[in-house]
Design a protein around this ligand. Structure first.
Ligand code: MN
Length: 744
């Protein structure tokens, strides 16, 4: 055996020979080389050998958990890829995929020896390996983002990674139970959905079944037993049907292979769990698969089948006319066999079959050397979009749920009024449909008709629905839509618009604030020097005056220092004044006001100018809404405030606000107590307030002669709604208290 010595590599020594005898490493490699050269006769085998030998020498002395020499693993991963007809770079990457992670070799060295493409792929696989996938949701979201980024760089990275995972699962038996569960779960959460999305049906199926067995060996064995039992029982039946189909197709001159197919354990398991049915009722458990030569013959074969056995209504699916999002094409039908036993038939041509089994990998099959960018484009585009969206979605939980919809969901097929098919995730709404047509249609969407009847915008679309979108030019998407849209495209576009609207609100607030401060400081805005303004904008890191206003509106910066910069004369005056007299301390009232407003903020924005509306005087814990005033920032009202209803006719001025979690301030609340007029009442009131740690800011009692009682008006300090309610209910319990009203 030869070996190249390299800096840092361990030289070949006796144990290798022993391993080689025991595990027939050379034989395994020879098999790899043989399959590779028969699939891709023009490729340079010397390069494959170089990668193998380098990897073998680096991993020397390392063993897998099973005790096998480590090199067995990269060879096996490469073999899987070769069997998928993958190219030279893929095979080299597979052989080298653990070298950087597990030995001292650097990516630079890989690049020097094997070229930039292999280096990029090995680097990608190494980075994917370091990602913690089995973790809290936000970490998982970040991990998936990294995976997507790696895939966008070169899709072969994920192909190698999927095969790496596949081989690890095949040999998972020597790991601890805990590790098996973790790896299995991670596979079901991340890897198999990605394989599915890339159309790699075969890899996905094996990943899922192996992961299922790793997570729950008993359930897996149980399902396998049940399937086997059912298969044996129906074997004769199925063989009879198969023969009969073969004969009938031959008689019609339709060339075809007919295979029996048994549903995979994991999908049976999911079906049983989801539909809560016994295995007898899974009527696509056994299926026939007809693979013919052309698209035309797919439909011809379907005709032959339906001519012989009556189709079960509602079970015919034409995925040829309406391919699944991952490109899957086939005709599916369930028919009633003789003796009342139903079975499923899947019909496709060779091309469709290859795509169904191999997906994105199929594109490499007949390609030599360079990979063709255009063919994998549809898959890469999807990932690129996801990455973009992910960057805009701040909330990792939300990203995960979007991703799950995109990756895992079943699809629903609906039509435009002109008969064009639109494929959407299940439970999509007319709004999703509108955005799938065009962003402008989505934005202007005000209503929808499904099958000619008006439906609510959150209507859940069904297969075959004909969807019409009613639009109104200039209409803006509503924030409520975010509560029901399913597609990432709709979600993303709605958010973009809402952010833009909030920004324009911030600009408006900022501009008014700026003008007001200018008036207060007697700076004439019209006389501002262009050059100074340009300099100020640059110093604040913004391009336009508008951006400066936006920052003012968001409360990121203050107006005064800007105005002082813009008006050097005023600044000089101020300075002179400051040296003359010490500025008076801010009044207590003003300071209180400032502090209280700190307890509020506009959702998603920081420190916008904001204050509590005096009419309803909301306190923490109460449902509130913001209203953009002209020139005074955002007024916050209690939702129950009667003024709100009147103010909100200008819907676009409404803005979401929330209580910040500070909790140290207290708030004045005015209450009015109607009580029997008898001695000792006031003492009882003050006692309660004292024990609740609330201060009385003012108190006024007067007789209410009409009703032979007294009215006590009090201004008290409370922290929040809860404290107020506690105080009020304690006051109400005092004998003689008739009624308590909150005035503001
Ligand atoms: Mn590996």
């Amino acid at each position: 055996m030869e070996s190249k010595s390299s800096p840092g590599s361990i030289s070949v020594s006796a144990p290798l020979t022993k391993d080689d005898d025991l595990y027939r490493i050379e034989d395994r490699y020879a098999q790899l080389e043989k399959s590779f050269s028969s699939n891709r006769p023009k490729e340079d085998l010397a390069k494959v050998r170089a990668a193998f030998e380098f990897s073998r020498d680096q991993h020397i002395g390392q063993a897998r958990k099973s005790g096998e020499p480590y090199i067995i693993h990269p060879i096996a991963v490469a073999q899987i890829l070769v069997d998928m007809h993958m190219d030279l770079v893929c095979v080299e990457t597979a052989l080298l995929h653990d070298v950087v992670e597990d030995t001292g070799v650097t990516i630079d060295e890989i690049r020097k020896r094997f070229g930039p493409e292999v280096a990029v792929c090995v680097d990608g696989v190494t980075k994917l390996g370091k990602i913690q996938l089995y973790s809290r949701e936000e970490q998982q979201a970040e991990s998936v983002r990294k995976m997507l980024l790696a895939m966008v760089g070169d899709i072969r990275v994920i192909l190698v990674k999927l095969c790496d995972r596949l081989h690890n699962l095949r040999t998972i038996g020597s790991l601890s139970r805990e590790k098996q569960t973790r790896i299995g779960q991670e596979t079901l959460d991340i890897y198999s959905p990605i394989a599915h999305r890339l159309g790699m049906g075969k890899v996905r199926a094996e990943l899922e079944d192996l992961a299922f067995a790793a997570i729950d060996p008993e359930a897996h064995a149980d399902i396998c037993g049940q399937i086997e039992h059912k298969r044996k029982a129906s074997q004769e039946f199925l063989e009879g049907i198969q023969k009969s189909v073969e004969q009938k197709l031959a008689r019609e001159g339709i060339p075809a292979r007919v295979e029996g197919r048994v549903k995979r354990p994991y999908s049976v398991y999911l079906k049983l769990k989801k539909q809560k049915i016994p295995i007898e009722q899974v009527y696509d458990l056994l299926a026939l698969r007809i693979i013919t030569d052309s698209l035309k013959n797919c439909y011809a074969a379907l005709g032959v089948i339906h001519n012989e056995w009556p189709p079960i209504p509602g079970r015919i699916k034409d995925f040829i006319a309406m391919p699944r999002q991952n490109g899957y094409q086939s005709l599916h039908t369930s028919v009633m066999g003789t003796g009342g036993q139903a079975f499923e038939v899947q019909i496709r041509n060779e091309e469709m079959h290859r795509l169904a089994e191999e997906g994105v990998a199929a594109h490499w099959k007949y390609k030599e050397g360079r990979r063709g960018k255009s063919t994998e484009e549809q898959y890469v585009n999807w990932m690129r979009q996801l990455v973009e969206w992910q960057q805009e979605m701040r909330d990792p939980g939300e990203f995960m749920s979007t991703l799950k919809v995109d990756l895992y969901s079943d699809e629903v097929y609906v039509f435009t009024p002109k008969g064009k098919v639109v494929v959407l995730p299940r439970e999509s709404t007319p709004v999703d449909f509108a955005y799938a047509i065009h962003s402008d249609v989505g934005n202007a969407c005000v209503g929808s008709k499904v099958n000619n009847r008006i439906v609510p915008l959150k209507y859940s679309l069904k297969n075959g629905d004909v969807v019409e979108v009613l639009t109104q030019p200039g209409h803006m998407p509503s924030k409520d839509w975010l509560g029901f849209v399913r597609t990432s495209k709709a979600r993303n576009k709605i958010k973009q618009i809402i952010n833009a609207t909030e920004r324009s609100k911030a600009i408006e607030i900022g501009e008014k604030y700026f003008e007001k401060e200018a008036r207060r400081l007697s700076v004439s805005i019209s006389k501002i020097d262009e050059a100074i303004l340009a300099q100020v904008l640059e110093d604040y890191g913004v391009g336009k005056l508008e951006d400066l206003f936006a920052n003012l509106g968001y409360g990121k910066i203050e107006a005064r220092p800007i105005l002082m910069r813009l008006s050097p004369e005023r600044a000089a005056q101020e300075e002179a004044k400051a040296s003359e007299a010490v500025a008076p301390p801010p009044s207590q009232a003003n300071m209180d006001k400032e502090a209280k407003n700190l307890a509020l903020r506009v959702k998603g924005l920081n420190d916008v100018m904001i204050y509590r509306a005096p009419c309803c005087n909301p306190i923490p814990g109460e449902a509130i809404v913001g209203y953009i005033t002209r020139g005074k920032g955002v007024a916050v009202h209690s939702i129950s405030c009667t003024n709100v209803q009147n103010l909100m006719y200008e819907v676009e001025r409404k803005i979401d606000v929330e209580w910040a979690k500070s909790g140290v301030e207290s708030f004045d609340v005015q209450i009015s107590i109607t009580t029997d007029d008898r001695p000792g009442m006031l003492a009882q009131f003050t006692q309660i307030l004292f024990s609740e740690n609330s201060n009385i800011r003012s108190l006024e009692a007067r007789g209410d002669d009409d009703r032979d009682g007294a009215v006590v008006d009090m201004k008290i300090e409370v922290r929040d709604k809860r404290q107020l309610e506690k105080i009020l209910s304690a006051l109400r319990r005092i004998p003689g208290v008739r009624d308590i009203e909150r005035k503001s």
